[in-house]
Every structure is written in structure tokens, then in C-alpha cells.
Design a protein around this ligand. Structure first.
Ligand SMILES: C[S@@+](CC[C@H](N)C(=O)[O-])C[C@H]1O[C@@H](n2cnc3c(N)ncnc32)[C@H](O)[C@@H]1O
Length: 272
């Protein structure tokens, strides 16, 4: 891949998704774009990039962006985090919201659904009193393919075994050959939609709990700041934000304060 071709893909990702692709990721671009080129009757990524630079074909651009996204995720990713939610955060929200009996959760960049479904399973397992509550778990991702898979709630044996115990698998999934499908009552707790973190979210009100996990790492500094600024508007004054375990708001915003919850760090809005 020559330098200009790589820079074109870098600028596409930055402009459309805010994603900053390191110079060392040239091999990744080649391996992910070759199959798209071939599916469209072209020889290789050289032809694909050349075609895109001349034609600005939006459907093909979407396929390129899709191909460049990383969807790594698994059930109950970071057990300490889910334990903190179970032992501290959810009980506190239940106490605060006992009069309205409403619980709102937003899972941003949810990939193929393991994150919001882990939340739904955790709530069902541990908080039977929520059965009479109005629970809203909304989840979104830019990737149409990831959202389609999340909605299907259908996973391979490898995927369910990443993070779920045998007891939880047999309690919440049915096996149909090679695949495992999540129980419909759990599936129906989550509402999925497609959205771009760089844009306003459609029809989303402030949440008690907002997850923005393992995605900030992909953005450049300005977009990290912009995303945090806009995402703050979707957190209730008493609500919580959680990032991935290796991520921080340090140097990105002064409007959030760090709170230590058990072995985990979350954030709350700084009240003025
Ligand atoms: C590594 S996954 C994280 C999944 C999950 N939050 C977790 O922690 O397991 C990152 C996800 O961010 C999504 N993503 C990347 N850029 C995005 C953007 N600008 N808007 C919305 N989603 C985006 C990708 O499609 C991908 O599914």
C-alpha cells in the first residue's frame, strides 16, 4: 500500500468516525480491504482506493468503514466492573429511584451485544424486585453488522463460553446446533439502534448508568474530548459513567469527577 492510499483511508476513518489509525496499521488496512475489493470485482485494495478517491461511492465507503472497525467484546468483560455494579451502583440507583421505579441504562458502542445482554442478565439474576420496574436498556453502535448480530442474540459456543458460566449458559440460552440463542425475555430488555458517537443520539434521554467502554482508545484527542462532552448530556445528575478498565478522562474533561466504587473507577457529573 503506498503512502497516499493509506493516508486516504486514515482520513476517511478520522472524518467519518473520529477514529485515529496509527501508521503501523497499514497491514490491517490491506487485509481488511482486499476482500471488499474482490467482492466488487476489483483486483485488490489499490484498485479499491483508486476507485473511491475518484467516485466517492457512499455505499462502498460504508463497507470500508465497517471493515475497519474492531468489535472485540465478550460477556461480563471485566468481572470486577460487573461486581461493582451489582454490589454498589445498582442498589444505589434502586434506592434513589424507588418512587419513580425507573431505571435507564445506555450502552454506547455496544458491538455485538454482549455488554448490554450481560447487564440484562445481571439485573435479572440479582434484582428480582426490578420485575415491576420500568427498565430501559438502550444500546447502539455505528456498525450495522454488529447491531444486526446483537439483535439476533445468537452466539457461537466460543462466544458464550467467553465470560459466561455453564450455569448461566444453560439458564439463559437455548442451543440449536452450533449456535446459542438468548432467552427472549432477556433479549427484549434491550433496544438496539445504529448511531455514530460523533453525532447527536436520536431519542435518547439521560441515563442512570452510561457505559462507554473500550472505545475511546480508538479516537484522537479532539474527538475523545468532543465525545465526552456530548455524552455527558446523556447522564442524569446522580448517574454514573463507566469507561473501559484501561481508559481515563484525564486531560479530556473537567466536568466529570472520578468515584471509586469497590475495585473499580466510575465517573459522575460535577455539580456546579
Ligand atoms: C472494542 S468494541 C467495544 C465493545 C464493548 N463496549 C465492550 O467494551 O466490550 C468498540 C466498538 O465501537 C464501535 N465504534 C467505533 N467507532 C464508533 C463511532 N464513531 N460511533 C459508534 N460506534 C463506534 C465499533 O463498531 C465497535 O463495535
Amino acid at each position: 500500500m503506498n503512502n497516499l492510499e493509506f493516508m486516504y483511508i486514515q482520513s476517511l476513518l478520522l472524518e467519518k468516525l473520529g477514529i485515529s489509525l496509527e501508521d503501523s496499521k497499514e497491514y490491517l488496512v490491506q487485509s481488511r480491504l482486499n476482500p471488499i475489493a474482490q467482492a466488487h470485482g476489483m483486483n485488490n485494495y489499490h484498485d479499491l482506493v483508486k476507485y473511491l478517491r475518484i467516485n466517492k461511492d457512499n455505499t462502498l465507503i460504508k463497507s470500508v468503514l465497517e471493515a475497519m472497525l474492531t468489535h472485540e467484546t465478550y460477556f461480563f468483560r471485566d468481572v470486577k466492573f460487573y461486581d461493582s455494579l451489582k454490589d454498589h451502583v445498582i442498589p444505589e440507583i434502586i434506592k434513589n429511584n424507588r418512587h419513580t421505579k425507573e431505571l435507564k441504562i445506555l450502552s454506547c458502542a455496544c458491538s455485538t451485544g454482549q455488554e448490554p445482554y450481560s447487564l440484562a442478565i445481571m439485573l435479572t439474576e440479582n434484582f428480582p424486585e426490578l420485575a415491576s420496574w420500568n427498565i430501559s436498556i438502550k444500546a447502539f453502535d455505528y456498525s450495522a453488522n454488529a447491531i444486526e448480530k446483537a439483535k439476533s442474540a445468537c452466539y457461537t459456543s466460543y462466544e458464550v463460553n467467553r465470560g459466561l458460566s455453564e450455569a448461566l449458559i444453560s439458564k439463559y440460552f437455548t442451543n440449536n446446533g452450533k449456535h446459542w440463542t438468548l432467552r427472549s425475555d432477556i433479549r427484549n430488555l434491550v433496544y438496539y439502534f445504529r448511531a455514530n458517537l460523533l453525532e447527536n443520539l436520536p431519542d435518547v434521554s439521560a441515563a442512570d448508568l452510561l457505559l462507554l467502554r473500550n472505545v475511546l482508545i480508538y479516537f484522537d484527542l479532539d474527538n475523545k474530548k468532543n465525545i465526552l462532552k456530548s455524552i455527558q448530556t446523556y447522564i442524569k445528575p446522580s448517574g454514573y459513567l463507566f469507561l473501559g478498565s484501561g481508559e481515563t478522562t484525564l486531560g479530556l474533561t473537567n466536568e466529570l469527577t472520578k468515584v471509586r466504587i469497590n475495585n473499580c473507577e466510575g465517573y459522575q457529573l460535577l455539580l456546579s
